[in-house]
Structure formats: C-alpha cells, structure tokens
Design a protein around this ligand. Structure first.
Ligand SMILES: Cc1cc2nc3c(=O)[nH]c(=O)nc-3n(C[C@H](O)[C@H](O)[C@H](O)COP(=O)(O)O)c2cc1C
Length: 169
C-alpha cells in the first residue's frame, strides 16, 4: 500500500478477529513508529507491547473508551520518557507523531487499530502507571489496540477547503 492510499483510507478499527497479531508485524510497526520526526531528534519514546490477556482485560476498567481491548490480543502503549527530553514541552508532540506513524503502519500491514487517548487525562495516566508498574519518569501517552479487522470502514473524504488559507488569512 502506498503512503497516500494508506493516509486516505485509514480509519479507527475497534472490532478484531481472534487471529494472533504476528510478532514480526508488531516489530515492523514499531520500526515505523520510531521513524517519526521529533524535536531536536530527541526520540523521547518507549513502546510497551501488551499481550497478556489479564492486563488487556484490566485496562477497560480504568479507561472509559477502551472496551475494544477485551477483544484485542495485542496493544501498544506509547510512552514518553522525561529523562530523554531535550526541549521542554515537546515530548507529547513527538509521541503523537510516533502514534500516527504506528496507526498508518498498522493499516498498511492489514491490521486494524485505534488511538485510545491517555495523556493528558490525569486519572488514565496515574492508573496505567500503577497497573503496568511504569517507572516515575515514564508517562503513558496513547494506547493502540491492534488486531485483524472484523469490521469494514469506508474511506471518508475530509478535505475542507474552508480550512485552507493562502498567505494572508
Ligand atoms: C487524541 C485522540 C484520542 C482518542 N481517544 C479515543 C479513545 O479513547 N477511544 C476510542 O475508541 N477512540 C479514540 N480516538 C479515535 C477517534 O475517535 C477517531 O480517530 C475519530 O472519531 C475519527 O475517526 P477515524 O479514526 O475512523 O478517522 C482518539 C483519537 C485521538 C486522535
């Protein structure tokens, strides 16, 4: 799948078949995530691959919009590391770029995925840190369930010329 096709056709997929996501595909997706641009090339991210059924089932209890994790056999938690931050305040932007790369790569590999927001919701951050025993300097940023899609969503046309400006507003 070429880049433009992937960008135009990506949708949030929240239903998955039971088929296991192969670990080599997870590696490819993580490699794509780590290709993301970051401020001063700080790359302040870590990726926690979740495959433990008990942990996946616990997350919807502390995240109100992550019920799809009960069906997913794999999820990736994108985390920021404050000790790797060179430019103050940029780590969430870097992690957002990595998250978007991850979503596009998953789609290009035939998987379904959805960005479940974590940061800056304090209770989601605190509860995920507790559940997954994350060190003090690690902040969970986004949670991405992955699976073979069990729903089909059409590509949407979202181009809005009223949001495009040239030179002066
Ligand atoms: C920062 C952010 C947080 C989101 N959080 C959730 C979430 O917690 N649960 C969920 O099901 N979808 C979540 N989404 C997915 C959006 O609902 C989805 O991207 C949007 O409705 C557009 O649909 P599409 O992704 O199919 O184009 C989130 C998306 C972003 C960018």
């Amino acid at each position: 799948m070429d880049a433009m096709t992937a960008l135009y056709s990506r949708r949030s997929i929240r239903l998955y078949t039971p088929k296991q996501v192969p670990s080599n595909v997870v590696s490819d997706i993580l490699r794509a995530a780590m290709c993301a641009p970051s401020a001063g090339n700080e790359r302040p991210w870590h990726f926690l691959v979740l495959t433990n059924r008990m942990l996946l089932d616990e997350i919807p209890k502390i995240h109100p919009y992550a019920a799809m994790l009960k069906q997913a056999n794999t999820a990736i938690l994108v985390c920021g590391d404050s000790t790797l931050e060179k430019y103050k305040g940029y780590w969430p932007l870097d992690c957002a770029a990595a998250t978007q790369n991850l979503l596009i790569a998953a789609h290009a590999k035939g998987l379904g995925a959805v960005w479940c927001g974590v940061y800056p919701s304090d209770d989601r951050v605190v509860n995920l840190k507790k559940l997954l025993n994350l060190p003090e300097n690690i902040v969970p940023f986004s949670l991405i369930p992955l699976g073979f899609p069990d729903e089909v969503k059409e590509a949407l046309e979202r181009f809005d010329n009223s949001r495009v400006h040239e030179n002066h507003w």
